[in-house]
Design a protein. Structure first.
Ligand code: PXP
Length: 246
């Protein structure tokens, strides 16, 4: 079964727009996480950025307390954030780029250029019982490097596929890249997640990508929730995912 991880950063973005710098405010990403889980989501993802632009430290700690499924702590490979994750012990961390020099040309983590530093963090996380995922583009050298790092998962960056969804030729080319990347990663023993820009319109085509374990989806679910409510938004997405054959 293809799993759904809901990224609740956008709930915090809305709160920070009004309550930045205050220790309270609505809407609550923690309440949203509970509702997503109750609606059937298989995991909750939150990104504690170095600049704290949306999720705050208190959110992460509260999420650690209330999340009953699987907490995916999205983060840059930076000492301050690594230390927080090691203390918090989420089930999994997803390492993402936040700085220009960590980013490949197409937006994912540059694992090739940062292999040593990523391997070091991967080992420390694994020793603490935390699984590690690397957010990367569908580029063969990056996938190979992710295997060298010893990551348990990669998360394939679906942003370009989503961006080009309206252009058939580009969309097909991106899908083919994702399909090849998933096959390569699977053959290397990596488990494969995917995310970024996935929505109710483009999701059906993602069924063509094999070996997927989990999709991480934020913006489209939180946006739909404004009109349908979060429970329905999550359930609608789960409905679109349920026939995935792997
Ligand atoms: N995966 C990763 C690594 C992300 O950073 C994000 C949020 O930017 C997502 C998935 C979810 O993307 P979206 O909000 O476009 O669904």
């Amino acid at each position: 079964m293809l799993k759904l991880g809901v990224n609740i950063d956008h709930v915090a973005t809305l709160r920070e727009a009004r309550y930045r710098g205050r220790a309270h405010g609505e809407p609550s990403p923690v309440a949203a996480a509970r509702q997503c889980e109750a609606a059937g989501a298989h995991g909750i993802t939150a990104h504690l950025r170095e600049d704290r632009r949306h999720i705050q430290d208190r959110d992460m700690w509260q999420l650690r307390e209330v999340v009953r499924t699987r907490l995916n702590f999205e983060m840059a490979n930076e000492p301050e954030i690594v230390a927080i994750a090691l203390k918090m012990k989420p089930e999994i961390v997803c390492l993402v780029p936040e700085r220009r020099q960590e980013v490949t040309t197409e937006g994912g983590l540059d694992v090739v250029a940062n292999e040593l530093a990523l391997t070091e963090t991967r080992k420390r996380m694994n020793e603490a019982g935390i699984e590690v995922s690397l957010f990367i583009n569908a580029i063969p050298t990056q996938i190979q490097a992710a295997a060298f790092v010893g990551a348990q998962f990669i998360e394939l960056h679906t942003g370009r596929f989503a961006d080009h969804f309206a252009e058939a030729a580009e969309r097909e080319a991106e899908l083919e890249r994702l399909i090849a990347a998933a096959k390569q990663a699977h053959a290397l023993g990596l488990r494969v997640n995917a995310g970024h820009g996935l929505n109710y319109e483009n999701l059906p085509l993602i069924h063509r990508v094999p070996h997927l374990v989990e999709l991480n989806i934020g913006h489209s679910i939180i946006s739909r929730a404004l009109t349908t409510g979060l429970t329905t938004a999550v359930q609608d997405m789960l409905g679109l995912m349920q026939d995935y054959r792997g």
